[in-house]
Write a protein that binds this ligand. Structure first.
Ligand code: PHB
Length: 394
């Protein structure tokens, strides 16, 4: 498939195979720009997530002088608005109109499917800096698809495991009705099960709706001891506020995948205080990389870093590892993918490697929201890999 794309590129350039080999080398030497296509949400409920990912990618490239393997990098941005219906056309634009060599995207688990399809069919390198869709690193895994974030299953599994260890036996799951919400629910259920507890109810509302009242009204009557949830961005702000306003905080402790309180605490205020979540990042992680990253991000973006910024930074690090390994020759895609597969990313979350399916193997931290920070209070699951079911990469 990668071969097919190379041939297409060469044909488009009017070059034969032999000539293209020589031209490829000259191209690298002539420092033709590498075009990095960013497909992310810059509007809608996940807009802030897309902005933080972008700022961190730009930060890492600036740290490298705007060059990879001696070639300047041009960033092309496209707002996908977290709209799955527009996604195939948006990917098409990045590849055909904007001539992106490498794709980084996106946040939303439904939208990422169009990127996954392009990467599988055309062999174009794709690094996913957020969307946790299971299929991308399970049954639809590919040598050209990489993820620097998480699978939806991972953080929620850690949360379920910790919750069961506190003695809770029955819990409900509340989320949006789309891949991320449902797959995180699977993780929560599996984590609870390990500790002998059960996820007894699943309550979903359409993405990106925020009329939570009908669901909040049902919760007290379910006979559960706690509530787990997946929401993110603007929706998470609203859910946490509404949960507190409904007077549920003391009756039914709220927990979830860490996105529930990530990058949202200032807007959630007192309503978030004390909420426990599980995530592959947390405030105050004490390692030199994190300290340096947070300072640099604050100086560049004028706001605090969060997990989205970390994932974007690491996406840029992974792209750099691949391109540097082949000295800027993107036609050497097999070697580039192998270098990415084997990279050890020095991440602000702590160094991580990728699984055979190209998803991070990473600690899932237990965090508690306190005074505007998600403070790390323990490890929910150590060096956790996604099950990777159905992926044939080895
Ligand atoms: C997703 O759709 O996969 C998703 C969106 C926002 C998050 C996490 C996951 O914060």
């Amino acid at each position: 498939m990668a071969e097919e794309r190379r041939m297409l590129t060469r044909r488009a350039l009017g070059l034969g195979t032999l000539a293209a080999g020589a031209a490829g080398t000259a191209w690298a030497q002539g420092k033709a720009p590498i075009r990095l296509g960013l497909m992310l949400p810059y509007s809608g409920t996940f807009a802030q997530l897309g902005e933080n990912i972008t700022s961190a990618i730009e930060l890492h490239l600036a740290e490298r002088g705007g060059m990879l393997a001696g070639r300047p990098v041009t960033i092309v941005k496209l707002d996908d608005a977290s709209d799955p219906a527009a996604a195939p056309q948006n990917v098409n634009r990045l590849l055909n109109r904007d001539k992106a060599d490498v794709l980084i995207g996106t946040v939303h688990s439904g939208v990422v499917m169009a990127l996954v399809q392009a990467a599988r069919e055309k062999g174009v390198p794709l690094v996913i800096p957020n969307a946790g869709n299971a299929a991308a690193t399970r049954e639809l895994c590919s040598e050209s698809i990489f993820r620097t974030s998480f699978s939806n299953w991972q953080p929620a599994y850690g949360m379920g495991k910790v919750l069961a260890a506190t003695g809770v036996k029955r819990a409900a799951w509340v989320s949006w009705d789309y891949a991320a919400g449902k797959e995180a629910g699977d993780g929560f259920r599996d984590g609870l099960k390990v500790g002998g507890a059960e996820m007894t109810h699943t309550l979903l509302l359409p993405f990106p709706e925020t009329n939570f009242q009908p669901i909040l009204a049902q919760l007290p009557g379910l006979g559960v001891e706690a509530v787990g949830s997946f929401f993110a961005g603007g929706g998470a702000v609203q859910f946490v506020r509404d949960y507190a306003a409904a007077g549920l905080r003391d009756k039914l402790p709220l927990c979830g995948s860490g996105f529930l309180t990530e990058g949202t605490l200032a807007a959630q205020g007192a309503a978030a205080e004390g909420i426990r979540t599980a995530l592959h990042y947390g405030d105050g992680l004490d390692n030199p990389k994190n300290t340096a990253f947070r300072k640099a991000f604050r100086e560049k973006a004028g706001r605090e870093a969060d997990v989205y910024a970390v994932q974007g930074y690491d996406a840029a690090q992974l792209v750099a590892a691949g391109i540097e390994a082949v000295r800027g020759d993107l036609d050497a895609d097999k070697a580039m993918f192998a270098a990415m597969r084997n990279a050890r990313i020095d991440s602000p979350r702590g160094a991580f490697t990728l699984s055979a399916q190209h998803n991070p193997v990473q600690n899932i931290y237990l965090r508690e929201a306190k005074g505007g920070q998600n403070q790390v209070i323990g490890i929910a699951a150590e060096a956790l890999a996604d099950p990777g079911t159905g992926c044939k990469l080895t």
